[in-house]
Design a protein around this ligand. Structure first.
Ligand SMILES: NC(=O)c1ccc[n+]([C@@H]2O[C@H](COP(=O)([O-])OP(=O)(O)OC[C@H]3O[C@@H](n4cnc5c(N)ncnc54)[C@H](O)[C@@H]3O)[C@@H](O)[C@H]2O)c1
Length: 352
Protein backbone atom coordinates (compact mmCIF):
# COMPACT_ATOMS: atom_id res chain seq x y z
CA UNK A 1 0.00 0.00 0.00
CA UNK A 2 1.39 3.40 -0.83
CA UNK A 3 2.07 5.72 2.07
CA UNK A 4 -0.56 8.27 1.16
CA UNK A 5 -3.26 5.58 0.91
CA UNK A 6 -2.78 4.35 4.44
CA UNK A 7 -3.74 7.75 5.84
CA UNK A 8 -6.87 9.80 5.80
CA UNK A 9 -6.55 13.37 7.04
CA UNK A 10 -9.98 14.46 8.08
CA UNK A 11 -11.61 17.68 9.21
CA UNK A 12 -14.87 18.09 11.11
CA UNK A 13 -16.90 18.06 7.92
CA UNK A 14 -15.69 14.75 6.50
CA UNK A 15 -15.26 12.60 9.60
CA UNK A 16 -17.90 10.27 8.18
CA UNK A 17 -15.15 8.97 5.86
CA UNK A 18 -14.42 6.63 8.79
CA UNK A 19 -17.86 5.05 8.41
CA UNK A 20 -17.48 4.92 4.64
CA UNK A 21 -14.15 3.10 4.97
CA UNK A 22 -15.60 0.62 7.47
CA UNK A 23 -18.57 -0.05 5.17
CA UNK A 24 -16.20 -0.86 2.34
CA UNK A 25 -13.65 -2.83 4.31
CA UNK A 26 -15.37 -4.69 7.13
CA UNK A 27 -16.68 -7.28 4.67
CA UNK A 28 -18.30 -9.42 7.33
CA UNK A 29 -15.58 -8.84 9.90
CA UNK A 30 -16.58 -8.06 13.46
CA UNK A 31 -15.37 -4.77 14.88
CA UNK A 32 -13.94 -4.30 18.37
CA UNK A 33 -12.82 -0.95 19.77
CA UNK A 34 -9.90 -0.51 22.15
CA UNK A 35 -9.72 2.69 24.20
CA UNK A 36 -8.39 3.87 27.55
CA UNK A 37 -10.54 5.49 30.27
CA UNK A 38 -9.91 8.98 28.90
CA UNK A 39 -10.46 8.26 25.23
CA UNK A 40 -13.55 6.16 25.99
CA UNK A 41 -14.98 9.25 27.64
CA UNK A 42 -13.63 12.04 25.43
CA UNK A 43 -13.26 10.49 21.96
CA UNK A 44 -15.73 7.63 21.68
CA UNK A 45 -18.67 10.10 21.64
CA UNK A 46 -17.15 11.64 18.50
CA UNK A 47 -17.29 8.23 16.79
CA UNK A 48 -20.76 7.59 18.21
CA UNK A 49 -21.93 10.88 16.72
CA UNK A 50 -21.34 9.36 13.28
CA UNK A 51 -24.48 7.39 14.06
CA UNK A 52 -23.07 4.26 12.51
CA UNK A 53 -24.32 0.79 13.59
CA UNK A 54 -20.95 -0.74 12.70
CA UNK A 55 -19.43 1.39 15.46
CA UNK A 56 -22.22 1.36 18.03
CA UNK A 57 -22.53 -2.45 17.78
CA UNK A 58 -18.81 -3.01 18.32
CA UNK A 59 -17.53 -4.43 21.59
CA UNK A 60 -15.66 -1.78 23.61
CA UNK A 61 -12.56 -2.80 25.55
CA UNK A 62 -11.25 -0.17 27.94
CA UNK A 63 -7.81 -0.26 29.55
CA UNK A 64 -6.58 2.07 32.30
CA UNK A 65 -4.99 5.27 31.03
CA UNK A 66 -1.23 5.69 31.24
CA UNK A 67 2.03 3.94 30.45
CA UNK A 68 1.33 1.03 32.82
CA UNK A 69 -1.19 -0.26 30.30
CA UNK A 70 1.62 -0.96 27.86
CA UNK A 71 2.38 -4.28 29.53
CA UNK A 72 2.20 -7.96 28.68
CA UNK A 73 -0.37 -8.41 31.44
CA UNK A 74 -2.75 -5.85 29.94
CA UNK A 75 -2.13 -7.23 26.44
CA UNK A 76 -3.11 -10.67 27.74
CA UNK A 77 -6.21 -9.15 29.33
CA UNK A 78 -7.27 -7.59 26.03
CA UNK A 79 -6.77 -10.95 24.25
CA UNK A 80 -8.85 -12.69 26.94
CA UNK A 81 -11.56 -10.11 26.50
CA UNK A 82 -11.64 -10.70 22.74
CA UNK A 83 -11.73 -14.46 23.28
CA UNK A 84 -14.56 -14.25 25.82
CA UNK A 85 -16.58 -12.30 23.23
CA UNK A 86 -15.80 -15.00 20.64
CA UNK A 87 -13.90 -12.70 18.34
CA UNK A 88 -12.31 -14.91 15.69
CA UNK A 89 -9.64 -14.21 13.11
CA UNK A 90 -12.14 -12.29 11.06
CA UNK A 91 -11.94 -9.29 13.36
CA UNK A 92 -10.93 -5.68 12.92
CA UNK A 93 -9.60 -3.94 16.01
CA UNK A 94 -10.04 -0.17 16.06
CA UNK A 95 -7.50 1.49 18.34
CA UNK A 96 -8.85 4.78 19.65
CA UNK A 97 -6.28 6.55 21.76
CA UNK A 98 -2.81 7.92 22.20
CA UNK A 99 0.45 6.07 21.72
CA UNK A 100 -0.28 3.72 24.59
CA UNK A 101 -3.50 2.45 23.01
CA UNK A 102 -2.17 2.26 19.44
CA UNK A 103 1.07 0.52 20.54
CA UNK A 104 -0.84 -1.93 22.74
CA UNK A 105 -3.72 -2.46 20.31
CA UNK A 106 -1.41 -2.94 17.33
CA UNK A 107 0.58 -5.49 19.33
CA UNK A 108 -2.54 -7.38 20.44
CA UNK A 109 -3.82 -7.39 16.85
CA UNK A 110 -0.48 -8.77 15.66
CA UNK A 111 -0.61 -11.74 18.03
CA UNK A 112 -4.31 -12.51 18.67
CA UNK A 113 -5.19 -15.67 16.71
CA UNK A 114 -1.81 -15.19 15.00
CA UNK A 115 -2.87 -11.82 13.69
CA UNK A 116 -6.01 -9.80 12.99
CA UNK A 117 -6.41 -6.53 11.14
CA UNK A 118 -6.44 -3.18 12.91
CA UNK A 119 -6.97 0.50 12.26
CA UNK A 120 -5.65 3.41 14.29
CA UNK A 121 -7.46 6.55 15.26
CA UNK A 122 -4.79 8.44 17.18
CA UNK A 123 -6.22 10.92 19.68
CA UNK A 124 -3.03 12.63 20.87
CA UNK A 125 -0.70 14.75 18.78
CA UNK A 126 2.10 12.30 19.58
CA UNK A 127 -0.06 9.42 18.39
CA UNK A 128 -0.87 11.24 15.16
CA UNK A 129 2.61 12.30 14.13
CA UNK A 130 4.48 9.34 15.53
CA UNK A 131 3.08 6.34 17.42
CA UNK A 132 0.30 5.47 14.98
CA UNK A 133 2.65 5.78 12.00
CA UNK A 134 5.21 3.30 10.75
CA UNK A 135 4.08 -0.05 12.11
CA UNK A 136 5.99 -0.37 15.37
CA UNK A 137 3.78 -1.93 18.02
CA UNK A 138 4.62 -3.27 21.42
CA UNK A 139 4.65 -3.15 25.18
CA UNK A 140 7.21 -2.33 27.85
CA UNK A 141 9.00 -4.90 29.94
CA UNK A 142 9.26 -3.64 33.48
CA UNK A 143 10.57 -0.12 33.14
CA UNK A 144 12.36 -0.80 29.86
CA UNK A 145 10.55 0.71 26.94
CA UNK A 146 9.13 -1.27 24.02
CA UNK A 147 11.18 -4.39 24.66
CA UNK A 148 8.44 -6.75 23.46
CA UNK A 149 6.81 -5.99 20.17
CA UNK A 150 6.21 -6.57 16.52
CA UNK A 151 6.18 -4.66 13.29
CA UNK A 152 2.58 -4.59 12.14
CA UNK A 153 0.89 -2.11 9.84
CA UNK A 154 -2.53 -0.64 10.43
CA UNK A 155 -4.92 -1.10 7.53
CA UNK A 156 -5.76 2.57 7.83
CA UNK A 157 -4.93 5.52 10.04
CA UNK A 158 -7.50 8.27 10.43
CA UNK A 159 -6.02 11.54 11.54
CA UNK A 160 -8.23 14.38 12.63
CA UNK A 161 -7.58 17.38 14.89
CA UNK A 162 -11.21 16.99 16.02
CA UNK A 163 -9.93 14.33 18.43
CA UNK A 164 -7.41 16.77 19.88
CA UNK A 165 -10.03 19.19 21.14
CA UNK A 166 -10.26 17.45 24.52
CA UNK A 167 -6.50 16.89 24.82
CA UNK A 168 -4.86 19.01 27.53
CA UNK A 169 -2.22 21.33 26.06
CA UNK A 170 0.52 19.77 28.21
CA UNK A 171 -0.12 16.55 26.25
CA UNK A 172 -0.03 18.39 22.92
CA UNK A 173 3.46 19.61 23.61
CA UNK A 174 4.62 16.00 23.83
CA UNK A 175 3.79 15.38 20.18
CA UNK A 176 5.32 18.71 19.27
CA UNK A 177 8.77 17.40 20.31
CA UNK A 178 8.47 14.65 17.69
CA UNK A 179 7.36 17.20 15.09
CA UNK A 180 10.49 19.25 15.82
CA UNK A 181 12.53 16.07 15.46
CA UNK A 182 10.94 15.31 12.08
CA UNK A 183 11.75 18.85 10.95
CA UNK A 184 15.39 18.47 12.01
CA UNK A 185 15.64 15.21 10.09
CA UNK A 186 14.04 16.37 6.89
CA UNK A 187 12.83 19.91 6.50
CA UNK A 188 14.35 23.21 7.66
CA UNK A 189 11.27 25.14 6.48
CA UNK A 190 9.02 22.96 8.63
CA UNK A 191 11.32 23.67 11.62
CA UNK A 192 11.13 27.46 11.14
CA UNK A 193 7.38 27.24 10.64
CA UNK A 194 6.86 25.14 13.78
CA UNK A 195 8.96 27.47 15.94
CA UNK A 196 6.79 30.38 14.81
CA UNK A 197 3.57 28.52 15.20
CA UNK A 198 3.81 26.62 18.49
CA UNK A 199 1.94 23.50 19.51
CA UNK A 200 -1.45 25.04 20.25
CA UNK A 201 -2.06 26.44 16.80
CA UNK A 202 -1.21 23.55 14.52
CA UNK A 203 -3.24 23.01 11.38
CA UNK A 204 -4.15 19.69 9.79
CA UNK A 205 -1.57 20.60 7.13
CA UNK A 206 1.21 20.96 9.76
CA UNK A 207 0.30 17.55 11.15
CA UNK A 208 0.18 16.04 7.67
CA UNK A 209 3.69 17.36 6.90
CA UNK A 210 5.08 15.63 9.97
CA UNK A 211 3.21 12.38 9.37
CA UNK A 212 4.44 12.19 5.80
CA UNK A 213 8.07 12.85 6.80
CA UNK A 214 7.90 9.86 9.13
CA UNK A 215 5.88 7.65 6.79
CA UNK A 216 8.20 8.31 3.86
CA UNK A 217 11.23 7.21 5.87
CA UNK A 218 9.43 4.13 7.25
CA UNK A 219 8.17 3.12 3.81
CA UNK A 220 11.75 3.05 2.51
CA UNK A 221 13.02 1.03 5.44
CA UNK A 222 10.11 -0.59 7.31
CA UNK A 223 12.24 -2.86 9.51
CA UNK A 224 14.81 -0.28 10.56
CA UNK A 225 17.83 -1.71 8.81
CA UNK A 226 19.15 1.70 7.77
CA UNK A 227 17.40 5.01 7.07
CA UNK A 228 14.64 4.52 9.60
CA UNK A 229 17.29 4.81 12.30
CA UNK A 230 17.30 8.54 11.58
CA UNK A 231 14.01 8.71 13.45
CA UNK A 232 15.86 7.64 16.60
CA UNK A 233 17.39 11.09 16.88
CA UNK A 234 17.29 12.07 20.55
CA UNK A 235 15.78 8.74 21.51
CA UNK A 236 18.70 6.92 23.19
CA UNK A 237 18.75 9.46 25.99
CA UNK A 238 15.02 10.14 25.56
CA UNK A 239 14.05 6.54 26.32
CA UNK A 240 16.65 6.22 29.07
CA UNK A 241 15.26 9.32 30.83
CA UNK A 242 11.69 8.05 30.43
CA UNK A 243 12.59 4.64 31.89
CA UNK A 244 14.60 6.16 34.74
CA UNK A 245 11.75 8.47 35.79
CA UNK A 246 9.28 5.58 35.53
CA UNK A 247 11.53 3.53 37.81
CA UNK A 248 11.50 6.42 40.28
CA UNK A 249 7.70 6.33 40.18
CA UNK A 250 7.41 9.55 38.22
CA UNK A 251 5.62 9.37 34.90
CA UNK A 252 6.77 12.01 32.45
CA UNK A 253 5.70 12.66 28.93
CA UNK A 254 7.49 10.88 26.10
CA UNK A 255 7.93 14.15 24.19
CA UNK A 256 9.60 15.94 27.09
CA UNK A 257 12.11 13.09 27.29
CA UNK A 258 12.72 13.20 23.54
CA UNK A 259 13.25 16.97 23.67
CA UNK A 260 15.81 16.49 26.45
CA UNK A 261 17.41 13.67 24.46
CA UNK A 262 17.70 15.94 21.40
CA UNK A 263 19.49 18.53 23.53
CA UNK A 264 21.86 16.06 25.22
CA UNK A 265 22.67 14.27 21.96
CA UNK A 266 23.32 17.59 20.18
CA UNK A 267 26.48 17.89 22.31
CA UNK A 268 27.55 14.42 21.19
CA UNK A 269 26.77 15.43 17.58
CA UNK A 270 29.05 18.47 17.85
CA UNK A 271 31.90 16.37 19.22
CA UNK A 272 31.48 13.25 17.11
CA UNK A 273 29.97 14.06 13.71
CA UNK A 274 30.86 17.73 13.36
CA UNK A 275 27.50 19.42 13.88
CA UNK A 276 28.28 23.13 13.61
CA UNK A 277 28.35 24.54 17.20
CA UNK A 278 26.33 27.63 16.18
CA UNK A 279 23.69 25.49 14.55
CA UNK A 280 23.68 23.17 17.58
CA UNK A 281 23.14 26.17 19.86
CA UNK A 282 20.35 27.45 17.59
CA UNK A 283 18.63 24.06 17.68
CA UNK A 284 18.91 23.87 21.46
CA UNK A 285 17.46 27.39 21.78
CA UNK A 286 14.56 26.36 19.53
CA UNK A 287 13.83 23.34 21.70
CA UNK A 288 14.18 25.32 24.93
CA UNK A 289 11.54 27.75 23.69
CA UNK A 290 9.02 25.02 24.48
CA UNK A 291 10.82 22.51 26.72
CA UNK A 292 12.48 23.81 29.89
CA UNK A 293 15.54 22.01 31.14
CA UNK A 294 14.78 18.89 33.17
CA UNK A 295 15.91 18.32 36.68
CA UNK A 296 18.79 15.92 35.97
CA UNK A 297 22.14 15.90 37.78
CA UNK A 298 25.41 13.97 37.53
CA UNK A 299 23.91 11.50 40.03
CA UNK A 300 21.40 10.39 37.37
CA UNK A 301 24.08 9.34 34.90
CA UNK A 302 24.63 5.85 36.33
CA UNK A 303 20.95 4.94 36.02
CA UNK A 304 20.74 6.51 32.56
CA UNK A 305 23.74 4.48 31.43
CA UNK A 306 22.02 1.29 32.59
CA UNK A 307 19.03 2.07 30.35
CA UNK A 308 21.24 3.32 27.49
CA UNK A 309 22.92 -0.09 27.63
CA UNK A 310 19.56 -1.82 27.11
CA UNK A 311 18.68 0.23 24.04
CA UNK A 312 17.50 -1.84 21.05
CA UNK A 313 19.69 0.34 18.80
CA UNK A 314 22.85 -1.11 20.36
CA UNK A 315 24.78 -3.85 18.64
CA UNK A 316 27.13 -6.41 20.18
CA UNK A 317 27.60 -4.37 23.34
CA UNK A 318 28.47 -1.03 21.73
CA UNK A 319 26.15 1.95 22.12
CA UNK A 320 24.90 3.30 18.82
CA UNK A 321 23.32 6.68 18.30
CA UNK A 322 21.70 8.63 15.48
CA UNK A 323 23.30 12.07 15.44
CA UNK A 324 22.57 15.23 13.50
CA UNK A 325 25.41 16.31 11.21
CA UNK A 326 23.50 19.19 9.69
CA UNK A 327 19.92 20.18 9.03
CA UNK A 328 18.23 17.26 7.22
CA UNK A 329 21.37 15.15 7.55
CA UNK A 330 21.46 12.43 10.17
CA UNK A 331 24.27 9.95 10.64
CA UNK A 332 23.08 6.69 12.17
CA UNK A 333 24.90 3.78 13.82
CA UNK A 334 27.40 6.16 15.39
CA UNK A 335 29.23 4.31 18.14
CA UNK A 336 29.86 6.36 21.24
CA UNK A 337 32.27 5.25 23.93
CA UNK A 338 31.35 5.52 27.57
CA UNK A 339 33.71 8.48 27.88
CA UNK A 340 32.08 10.30 24.94
CA UNK A 341 28.65 9.76 26.45
CA UNK A 342 29.80 11.05 29.83
CA UNK A 343 31.39 14.12 28.21
CA UNK A 344 28.21 14.95 26.30
CA UNK A 345 26.18 14.61 29.45
CA UNK A 346 28.64 16.81 31.37
CA UNK A 347 28.38 19.53 28.69
CA UNK A 348 24.60 19.29 28.86
CA UNK A 349 24.68 19.73 32.64
CA UNK A 350 26.78 22.89 32.20
CA UNK A 351 24.22 24.31 29.76
CA UNK A 352 22.34 27.29 31.23
N1 LIG B 1 5.05 3.00 17.91
C1 LIG B 1 5.80 4.05 17.77
O1 LIG B 1 6.45 4.23 16.73
C2 LIG B 1 5.86 5.08 18.86
C3 LIG B 1 6.42 6.32 18.61
C4 LIG B 1 6.41 7.27 19.62
C5 LIG B 1 5.84 6.98 20.84
N2 LIG B 1 5.31 5.75 21.06
C6 LIG B 1 4.73 5.42 22.35
O2 LIG B 1 3.61 6.26 22.59
C7 LIG B 1 3.39 6.31 23.98
C8 LIG B 1 3.05 7.73 24.38
O3 LIG B 1 1.93 8.16 23.65
P1 LIG B 1 1.03 9.37 24.17
O4 LIG B 1 1.87 10.51 24.57
O5 LIG B 1 -0.04 9.56 23.16
O6 LIG B 1 0.48 8.81 25.55
P2 LIG B 1 -0.92 8.22 26.02
O7 LIG B 1 -1.51 7.31 25.04
O8 LIG B 1 -0.71 7.72 27.39
O9 LIG B 1 -1.83 9.54 26.08
C9 LIG B 1 -1.52 10.57 26.99
C10 LIG B 1 -2.69 10.88 27.91
O10 LIG B 1 -3.71 11.56 27.18
C11 LIG B 1 -4.96 10.89 27.34
N3 LIG B 1 -5.69 11.12 26.09
C12 LIG B 1 -5.43 10.57 24.88
N4 LIG B 1 -6.20 11.16 23.95
C13 LIG B 1 -6.97 12.07 24.58
C14 LIG B 1 -7.94 13.01 24.14
N5 LIG B 1 -8.22 13.18 22.86
N6 LIG B 1 -8.54 13.77 25.07
C15 LIG B 1 -8.21 13.68 26.39
N7 LIG B 1 -7.27 12.84 26.85
C16 LIG B 1 -6.66 12.04 25.95
C17 LIG B 1 -4.60 9.46 27.62
O11 LIG B 1 -5.63 8.79 28.28
C18 LIG B 1 -3.37 9.64 28.50
O12 LIG B 1 -3.78 9.92 29.82
C19 LIG B 1 4.65 5.80 24.66
O13 LIG B 1 4.37 4.54 25.19
C20 LIG B 1 5.64 5.69 23.53
O14 LIG B 1 6.55 4.64 23.71
C21 LIG B 1 5.31 4.81 20.10
Amino acid sequence: MNAQNRFQFLGEDNLDEISAWLRQNLNGKRLAILADDNTAEACLPILDSLDDDQITNAELIVVPKGAESKSLEIAEGVCENLLEQNYDRNTLLLNLGGGVVTDLGGFVASIYKRGIQFVNIPTTLLGMVDAAVGGKTGVNLGYSKNQIGRFAQAEQVFISPVFLESLPSNEKISGFAEMLKHALIADRKHWDHLLQKSYNKLSLEDIRTSVLIKEKICALDPFEKADRKKLNLGHNFGHAIEAWFLEKGKQIRHGDCVAEGLVIESFAAEAKVGLNPNLAAEIRAGIRKFFPKMDLTSKDLKALLKYLGQDKKNKSGSMRFSLLKDFALVQFDVELSMQEIEQSFARYLEEK
